[in-house]
Ligand binder design. Structure first.
Ligand SMILES: [Zn+2]
Length: 420
């Protein structure tokens, strides 16, 4: 079945339009980002006849708004449809009306990347590629490898040496060809971009400025609006690496507005680490673009992108255009909130707790009102960063042996619970 609503790609700088079947990354004329276009007028007319509410709860529920030509080519592991958790205890602590967590730790490969890579894998199949490639701080590599496996393709992934072991092991388990590169992510990214631009290999790029990949993140906007009963929250808090989650969640809300489904937009919050927050820094400094920075050490490795380039500029403009802000969080603050999430039943990697930690920083600096409704996106599973996990919990050395020790241990635990 063909998608009649996807119209093609438009360059955000020179405005040139390319057809829906164009296999492009950046604009061939001016090397800028390409933005997929849709027939919103027609969608507005047809929306209630599409049977959307009867479809499975994944990103393809909104498939007419995704840049796919042929729905029969879709590659899926069931991505999207994340748990949307009302957290009244957090709302109380923050002094606001409602607080929700959209938990993308539940995605098929354990992170938000699946929303995007499902689309690039589908495009690779439409365009006839056999190999997927990407550079990554780890989650995108695992996702690319997982979706390549699902599509019956090969994968090649490039990661910095500091990438958490679990993410590399996961990618390898799916059958990836792994290239580890010395240095931080910015070094890997520089090599990788040069390789992609050279067109030396016929691999489908799922890593750089692929215009289709980014569209997967729009589904945040759709999902959140649907979960809130076709409304936008007052603030949407997103962990910001390159910044594209923010730009595209914003596009998703704007599209729902264009179709007539919601009537206001959220304020966007770019949540970054104290030692690597180029978008938040540029916002605070009132700048118009995001310069690269020298990053310091941070446990938020999954979002530590020191030079977000064109995407960072787009994110900065979206944050400012929405009336939102950039927030930076120290490792200490981040670990505290990460542990707090664990006690609330949410098992995520520390990087992705930064959205919730940013809500606390906003409350501390009196940025929130008692009537506010906030949604924080949590982006990756706790299994993704075993090193930080192991250094924050301790498995008891003692093993009970025999019935006497068994009941003695239980008495000790019961006393501890009673004293609490
Ligand atoms: Zn252009």
């Amino acid at each position: 079945m063909k998608n009649q609503y996807f119209l093609g790609l438009k360059c955000i700088k020179c405005g040139k339009i390319y057809g829906p079947d164009s296999d492009l990354l950046l604009c061939p004329e001016c090397n800028n980002l390409l933005d997929p276009q849709y027939d919103y007028e027609r969608l507005k007319k047809d929306w209630n006849t599409l049977g959307i509410s009867e479809r499975p709860n994944d990103i393809w529920k909104f498939r007419e708004l995704l840049p796919v030509i042929d729905f029969d080519q879709i590659v899926t592991l069931g991505e999207g449809g994340a748990p949307f958790l009302k957290c009244p205890e957090f709302a109380k602590e923050l002094g606001i009306a409602e607080f929700y967590i959209l938990n993308d730790a539940s995605q098929p490969t354990g992170s938000l990347k699946d929303r995007s890579i499902a689309i690039t894998a589908t495009k690779a199949r439409e365009f006839g590629y056999q190999v997927l490639s990407c550079d990554s701080t780890g989650n995108k590599a695992a996702s690319t490898a997982g979706y390549a496996a699902r599509a019956g393709m090969q994968s090649i992934v490039f990661c910095p040496e500091e990438t958490p072991k679990q993410k590399l092991e996961q990618a390898l388990f799916y059958g990836a060809n792994l290239v580890r590169v010395a240095g931080h992510y910015s070094q890997v990214n520089a090599f990788y971009r040069e390789m992609v631009a050279s067109r030396r290999y016929h691999w489908y790029d799922c890593g750089t400025d692929n215009p289709f990949r980014y569209e997967g993140k729009k589904t945040y906007g759709y999902e959140i609006a649907v979960n809130l009963g076709l409304k936008a929250p007052d603030y949407l808090l997103q962990p910001a690496a390159g910044g594209m989650s923010i730009v595209k969640a914003w596009k998703g809300f704007k599209e729902f507005q264009a179709i007539g489904l919601i009537n206001h937009l959220p304020k966007l919050v770019a949540c970054q680490a104290e030692n690597c927050g180029p978008i938040a820094d540029a916002f605070s400094a009132g700048m118009d673009s995001v310069p690269g920075i020298d990053k310091g050490p941070t446990i938020a490795s999954a979002i530590a992108v020191s030079n977000p380039g064109l995407l960072g500029d787009e994110a900065l403009h979206a944050v400012r255009g929405s009336g939102g802000c950039g927030i930076k969080v120290s490792d200490e603050e981040l670990l505290r909130v990460w542990e707090r999430l664990g006690r609330a039943g949410i098992f995520c990697e520390p990087s992705s707790a930064i959205s919730v930690a940013s809500a606390y920083k906003m409350a501390e600096s009196h940025k929130l009102k008692p009537t506010d409704v906030l949604v924080a996106v949590v982006t990756g599973s706790g299994f993704k960063d075993g090193i930080t996990l192991s250094s924050n919990v301790e498995i008891p050395a003692a093993v009970v042996n025999g019935k006497e020790e068994f009941y003695s241990k239980l008495e000790e635990i019961q006393a501890r619970i009673s004293a609490h």
